[in-house]
Design a protein around this ligand. Structure first.
Ligand SMILES: Cc1cc2nc3c(=O)[nH]c(=O)nc-3n(C[C@H](O)[C@H](O)[C@H](O)COP(=O)(O)OP(=O)(O)OC[C@H]3O[C@@H](n4cnc5c(N)ncnc54)[C@H](O)[C@@H]3O)c2cc1C
Length: 566
């Protein structure tokens, strides 16, 4: 257990994607004493658990060891107004969600950041953020003015020449979209079919912890890293944040004073800590019995994730990945829906050659389809009956009907592409999948599940009538191709199955200091408070047209570069 200082210059709360960047960059000044407090276990160099290093990530987020317990979220409400709630995984381990994620390393599009600037995040336009995208990476495939050569995070792709049969087949099937094949999704910003970029070296994950908390950084005498240390509360004196109360692994609480606190607890926990400290919408705080320190209506508002569907396909044997091939996701299609209310590149589709770690998963391909530029917005609140318990999260994924429309049209497009002689021409063998509680249970790594899925996989590979019977049982009889023929049924299917892709963001959004809904200024400082910065996924004004890890790391790099105590 690391010895805790009683007073530091900077306390960084949360050692996730943003927190690792902040701890590294802020402790580069030897005169600044920095403490990083992370609730989860540490992953020091040379002792990263093999399941975290693994290029195949799914067992991590279906397991319990590295995720926050008790977090769930309402995806949307059904036609009768009933909320549809499901577990929402977030990393609780050094590296945070970058230690459990799918490792996709996608920047998004220049116009995403120009839109941030237009919304009040002055200085965050593409020309301003590009230097930080370059700074964070070593691109192992591409150079030139758009790419970094010596940043902490290696980014690579499996290029077409090295694709296994599934990826070759999926690309041939997706060619029917008419979109060109492109090589660099982080440097070529038009629509097309790309090899996905990911944060990985030598077929091993490189989390933010591996990249930014290397041995040399950890050896700095002015940096203390305290894992298994949960921050229970921020401390305030008037409108100044003066430190926090930390719970140690032995259960004891310890107050640490800090000249400046940097919140990097993620888009769900950062606003939760602010609300509990009395920083948030005044009426809501009063409902919870919390004294108001600063009335900031934007705290917990503007919660965004990409509304997504998962769809599985029974794969012929020739397209299945061999067991020693760990990475399963190879390509992505960025395309424009062309629907009313849509915009260029507003949709995203990925194809993975394995639906799970087990025998059943090996016989399935898995597609993720999401709205890349959603209009829908959700919110996070404390529960007035239990303000110190898990927050009440409503992703509001289809709160805007244009997102329902685009997802439904995306399903039609996917059916048109994936029901193909290159993959599997049988429309009944492309079917809805979701990470329901039953599938999550089946996806936990255990000898029992290995045996059970081996039996199921053998049955699935049996005679076609038996396979159809199994698929009917698994999916409750829903067939995507027939759903697409009946518009209302397709909408019901989308409403009943939509979920996020763990890209929670926006709950402490950046904006101009006079914007009442903004929570932080363009330097990440909480408006109206002293001594407090937020530097994680919470600050995004809008989602980029991309997975969020690399944009979060870019944001933390930028905030660290402009950081000053005060
Ligand atoms: C399952 C999953 C798959 C994903 N796949 C991808 C992908 O392939 N590509 C991609 O780009 N993005 C992906 N994402 C999203 C991406 O990883 C996140 O957007 C990004 O990691 C968020 O960074 P963050 O710093 O905001 O939060 P996090 O990385 O989640 O870090 C927050 C940290 O704060 C700690 N913490 C929280 N509260 C406290 C407290 N009170 N005290 C102490 N510590 C605390 C947490 O334990 C955690 O370590 C995925 C996310 C998940 C969960």
């Amino acid at each position: 257990m690391a010895e805790l200082p009683s007073e530091v210059d900077v306390l960084v709360i949360g050692g996730g994607s943003a927190g690792c960047v902040m701890a590294n960059r802020l402790s580069a000044d030897p005169g600044r004493r920095v403490l990083l407090a992370e609730a989860g276990v540490d992953t020091p160099p040379g002792r990263v658990p093999p399941e975290i290093l693994d290029s195949y990530p799914m067992p991590l987020f279906h397991g319990e060891r590295y995720v926050w317990p008790g977090l769930d979220a309402v995806a949307t409400t059904d036609a009768a107004g009933r909320p549809r709630r499901r577990a929402y995984e977030q990393g609780r381990v050094m590296g945070g969600s970058s230690s459990i994620n799918v490792q996709s390393a996608n920047r998004g599009l220049p116009r995403d950041y120009d839109a941030w600037a237009a919304l009040g995040a002055t200085g965050w336009g593409w020309d301003n953020v590009l230097p930080f995208f370059r700074k964070l990476e070593t691109d192992l495939d591409f150079g030139g003015p758009l790419h970094g050569r010596d940043g902490p995070l290696p980014i690579r792709r499996i290029l077409e020449a090295d694709w296994p049969p599934f990826a070759q087949a999926a690309a041939r099937a997706f060619d029917a979209s008419g979109l060109p094949r492109r090589a660099d999704q982080n440097g070529d910003f038009a629509d097309g079919l790309f090899p996905t970029a990911f944060s990985n070296r030598d077929d091993a994950r490189v989390s933010a912890a591996a990249a930014y908390l290397d041995a040399a950084t950890r050896a700095r005498p002015n940096l203390v890293i305290s894992a298994e240390t949960e921050v229970r509360a921020l401390s305030t004196e008037g409108r100044r944040v003066t430190g926090a109360v930390l719970r140690r692994p032995d259960g004891s609480d310890r107050a640490v004073r800090a000249r400046h606190v940097v919140l990097c607890a993620g888009a769900l926990h950062s606003p939760t800590l602010l609300l509990r400290a009395g920083i948030g919408p005044a009426a809501h705080l009063r409902d919870c019995g919390i004294a108001v320190v600063a009335d900031r209506p934007g705290v917990g508002a503007n919660l965004r994730d990409h509304p997504a569907l998962t769809i599985a396909q029974y794969l012929p044997r020739a397209l299945r990945l061999s067991d020693d091939y760990r990475r399963a996701s190879f390509l992505a299609l960025r395309y424009s829906s062309g629907r009313p209310g849509g915009s260029a590149s507003d949709m995203y589709l990925t194809a993975a050659a394995r639906g799970g770690w087990h025998a059943l998963g090996r016989s399935l391909g898995l597609y993720f389809l999401w709205v890349n530029q959603p209009h829908s917005v959700g919110r996070l609140r404390l529960r007035p009956s239990d303000p110190v318990g898990s927050p009440d999260i409503d992703l509001g994924l289809l709160s805007d009907p244009r997102d329902l429309d685009r997802l439904a049209s995306g399903v039609r497009m996917l059916v048109g592409l994936a029901v193909s002689p290159h993959l599997n021409p049988n429309p009944r063998e492309l079917f809805p999948a979701s990470f329901s509680p039953a599938i999550k249970r089946l996806s936990a790594v255990s000898p029992r599940n290995a045996r059970l899925t081996a039996v199921l996989a053998r049955l699935l590979d049996g005679p076609p009538p038996l396979r159809r019977l199994m698929l009917r049982t698994l999916t409750g009889g829903a067939e995507l191709a027939s759903l697409c023929r009946a518009g209302d049924d397709l909408d019901d299917y989308v409403r009943g199955n939509v979920f996020g892709v763990w890209h929670a963001s926006g709950t402490c959004r950046m904006g101009r200091v006079h914007d009442l809904e903004a929570v932080v200024d363009p330097g990440g400082r909480v408006i109206g408070l002293e001594g407090l910065t937020v530097a994680d996924a919470s600050i995004m004004p809008r989602l980029p047209s991309a997975n969020t890890n690399i944009p979060v790391i870019m944001g933390a790099e930028k905030i660290a570069a402009g950081f000053g105590l005060g």
